[in-house]
Design a protein around this ligand. Sequence first.
Ligand SMILES: Nc1ncnc2c1ncn2[C@@H]1O[C@H](COP(=O)(O)OP(=O)(O)OP(=O)(O)O)[C@@H](O)[C@H]1O
Ligand SMILES: Nc1ccn([C@H]2C[C@H](O)[C@@H](COP(=O)(O)O)O2)c(=O)n1
Length: 241
Amino acid sequence: MSASVETAASVARTAPAAVIVAIDGPSGTGKSSTSKAVASHLGLSYLDTGAQYRAMTWWMINNGIDVSDAVAVADAAGKPVIVSGTDPAAPTITVDGEDASGPIRTQDVTAKVSAVSAVPEVRSVVTALQRAVAAAAEGGIVVEGRDIGTTVLPDADVKIFLTASPEARAARRSGELKGQEAVDVSVTREALIRRDAADSSRKTSPLAKAADAVEVDTTELTLQQVVECVVTLVEEKRAVR
Ligand SMILES: Nc1ncnc2c1ncn2[C@@H]1O[C@H](COP(=O)(O)OP(=O)(O)OP(=O)(O)O)[C@@H](O)[C@H]1O
Ligand SMILES: Nc1ccn([C@H]2C[C@H](O)[C@@H](COP(=O)(O)O)O2)c(=O)n1
């Protein structure tokens, strides 16, 4: 065996194998916060798939597509060029080269994203994009969304399904919105429940827990406790691979 082959072999023995982590769950359960922190802690890439569906929705609105017209949305689904940056410390998203990170978080986009993401042609385009990003992440990746463990990456090494009570989720979201838009916690709660119902009941790839996912109820946990729990699960998985 040559010296260079020996070196490569020893690197393979000591470097942690690339790991794919899928984190799904309803809105406001802590997927983004947890996924970014876990990815940063473990040196993995990070992908926010909700941001991609939001980007698609923002493009539809900007281009005068009636989002309640599923045929029009389907016809346009292949047109926007959506690019996600996967650094967990500074994730980015552009649409046709334009920074979309701010505009995709407006209430208008939030109210329309479930309708757009229910269209099968949209899901097909965005799912292909997500798989390409995951495949390119040589060091491993944390991918968060609604259907990652069930559909996008069914062979993920670790699958987590986060939950929390509607009250806890609404309180978290209302805290975020203070000083910006609506702050009424009951309005936020109803909007969350409506969006979850739409995301869970669509025909194509609904929000669902994969059979082999670990469910973590975050209602009574701090963000740090949730992150520690997920990091432990990933490290345990790495240890036996
Ligand atoms: N365990 C926790 N305890 C308290 N607050 C939390 C916890 N996890 C997340 N948060 C806060 O809740 C809010 C929502 O979290 P986050 O955006 O991570 O949820 P999400 O599941 O990604 O939501 P969405 O699906 O709508 O994007 C944020 O303000 C975040 O700081
Ligand atoms: N894998 C995914 C991720 C997101 N969506 C849809 C449904 C959500 O309501 C919306 C926005 O996601 P958020 O930013 O709140 O995480 O995008 C989906 O259908 N599949």
